[in-house]
Structure formats: C-alpha cells, structure tokens
Design a protein around this ligand. Structure first.
Ligand code: MBD
Ligand code: FE
Length: 288
C-alpha cells in the first residue's frame, strides 16, 4: 500500500503540502554528499549519536511500546516530508552556533526550511513582491552593509523572505504568487538599502503533521515569533544567514526553534512617512 497525503480539494495549507515542498526544494539544492566521505568522522559521529540514544533508553527504561511508537513516528516524519522542518526547528540552531562561533560581524541564526534562491532582484530602494491587498502593517526595513573594518559594501546582496500575515510562505503554501514576500536587493554605492514590506505575524509551524504530533504529545507549543529571514553577502566576504524579530512580540522569549538572540531583536518606530513602521539595521560581514 502506498500512503499519500490527505486529498486537499480546498487547497488549504497543510503540513503534508508544505513538508513535501520543503523536502523537494532541499533535495534539489543539495550537492554535498562528499561531506560524509571521511570514514573516521562518520564512525565517530554515528557511534556517539547511537551511544547517546542507548544511554537514554537505559536511564529511562524505554519500553517496547515506546520503541514502536518512536519507529512509527519516524516513518511518518518521512512520509509527511517533515524531516527539513523537524531538523531545522530542533537541531539547526546548534549547528549554526558552532558554524558561526568565530564571527566578528553580525550575528546569524538558522535558515529554516523555506528559503528559495534566486528571488527577483531589485536596486537599493525596493518593495518586495506582494499582492495588491497584501495584509499587514507596512514596514520600511533599511540599513547599511559594511565589512568588519567599516568599509561600506556597494552591490552587496540582501536577500529577504518572510511569511505573510497568515503565517504562510510563498512556494510552500497554495494560492500565493510565486515570489510573494521574497526579494534580493542590491546595496547602493554607500552600501545602503531600503526595503518596503509588510510586518509578518507570529508563526505557528504546521500542527497537522508529525512535528505537530510530537508537540502535542510532549505538551509543547508550536510558535515562532514574527520574523524576517535574511541572507546578506558580498564578494570577498562570508555570507551571513540570519533572522530578525520584533521586541515585545509573542514568543520572542520562547521560540520553538530556539533561534532568537538578543542582537536580532528590532525596535521599529512609526515611519517618518506617516505610514506604518520603520527600522534601521546594519549588517557587518566578516572577510572570507
Ligand atoms: C519557519 O518559518 C522557520 O523559520 C523555521 C526555522 C522553522 C519552521 C518555520
Ligand atoms: Fe521562517
């Protein structure tokens, strides 16, 4: 018997649909099989991971019923396409911590499952692609990209993507324009950029799939604070992947994905234009 996602005639956003899209996008972007070519390294990491599991089983006297529940759940995570979601929510933050521990410049945080490369490109003053009636408070996000020595970086790439006011990401939920709330903005000759968008809302990870089942079974919540995703890059510099949050917003203090850092919390103020809010945030890139 093949197991297929539940039919979804109303084209609602479902865990199965966003999971399948995230899994497919990840697989199409990944060419890094060689990272696992070192036998000694694989031996060390796989052995230690298994030992950690064995230790938990002994300490908590895990039963056959629990072992079978785990097996069924792991199978279902794959069927739901939720491995990218699971890993990015509960594991990636430690990988990011280790990867960026020696950076001098701006803080990074996790990428998450919903990045898409090659979004539409704009010069320094840009409005992200959005629907005519895109809901949400207008937000002007502006700043400067510099090198760690303070040199402005002209032509730096500021890629931004975020959910809409309903918590949906284009290309991972039905009914949204392909590049809704995704764009690549190039800085001007002083390294400056200005991006007009709409403030995102707090975001609940899909609750109708395997990750949702785990959350419910463990008595956790499924929320991430409202956030903007960014990748900032320039020739001769290390790309930074980050997210920015909004002070005082829900779940800034208890992000399910553990991806908030104090340096990443914005303080928007009413915009000088009189419409919506604005905030300035500068990016400092480490040399490559
Ligand atoms: C998201 O939007 C996200 O940013 C992460 C890290 C996990 C799930 C959904
Ligand atoms: Fe996100």
């Amino acid at each position: 018997m093949t197991i297929t996602p539940t039919p979804n005639p109303a084209e609602e956003a479902t865990a199965a649909a966003s999971g399948a899209a995230a899994t497919e996008k990840f697989r199409s972007r990944q060419h890094t099989g060689s990272a696992m070519a070192d036998t000694k390294r694989v031996d060390t990491l796989a052995s230690e991971m298994l030992s950690a599991v064995h230790d938990i089983i002994r300490r908590h006297k895990v039963t056959y019923a629990e072992y079978d529940a785990l097996k069924a759940w792991l199978i279902q995570v794959g069927l739901d396409g939720e491995w990218p979601l699971f890993l990015d929510v509960w594991v990636e933050h430690v990988v990011e911590e280790v990867a960026n521990e020696n950076r001098q410049g701006s803080k990074g945080t996790i990428e998450g499952p919903y990045y898409v490369p090659d979004s539409p490109s704009f010069t320094a003053i840009a409005t992200l692609p959005m629907r005519e009636d895109e809901p949400g408070t207008p937000l002007l996000f502006q700043g400067q990209v510099t090198s760690v020595d303070g040199t402005p970086l002209a032509g730096a790439k500021v890629e931004m993507w975020h959910a809409d006011a309903n918590g949906l990401y284009s290309q991972f939920a039905p009914g949204l324009p392909e590049w809704n709330l995704r764009g690549t903005v190039l800085t001007d000759d002083q390294g400056n950029f200005r991006i007009h968008t709409k403030e995102p809302a707090p975001y609940q990870i899909p609750t109708d799939g395997s990750c949702g089942k785990l959350i419910a079974a463990a008595g956790w919540h499924a929320w991430r604070p409202a956030h903007l995703h960014l990748k900032v890059s320039a020739p001769g510099h290390q790309l930074i992947t980050t997210q920015l949050y909004f002070r005082g917003g829900s779940h800034v203090e208890d992000d399910i994905a553990s991806a908030v850092k104090p340096e990443l919390v914005l303080d928007p103020a009413p915009a000088a234009s009189g419409t919506g809010n604005e905030v300035t945030y500068d990016f400092v890139l480490d040399r490559a």
